[in-house]
Design a protein around this ligand. Structure first.
Ligand code: F3S
Length: 69
């Protein structure tokens, strides 16, 4: 069994830069009304760990974190 990795977005930190959604559109979208990133899935699907890591790295506000469970 693979490790379950939960996606967390800190809405207080997120400023809507949308780099996460550009880098990993399977995982993130920016809510038009709130101007905040939303996770499209609760946990990282198989094969998207690298994309998730890069989304974490690309956010200038450090609003995204991944948590092994
Ligand atoms: Fe927000 Fe960072 Fe994405 S500021 S919209 S989580 S790139």
């Amino acid at each position: 069994a693979g490790t379950v990795i939960r996606i967390a977005i800190d809405s207080d930190r997120c400023q809507g830069h949308a780099r996460c959604a550009v880098r990993a559109p399977e995982l993130f979208d920016v809510d038009d009304d709130q101007g905040k990133s939303i996770a499209l899935v609760d946990t990282v699907p198989p094969g998207l760990r690298e994309a998730a890591d890069e989304a974490v790295e690309t956010c200038p506000e450090r609003a995204i974190s991944l948590h092994d469970e």
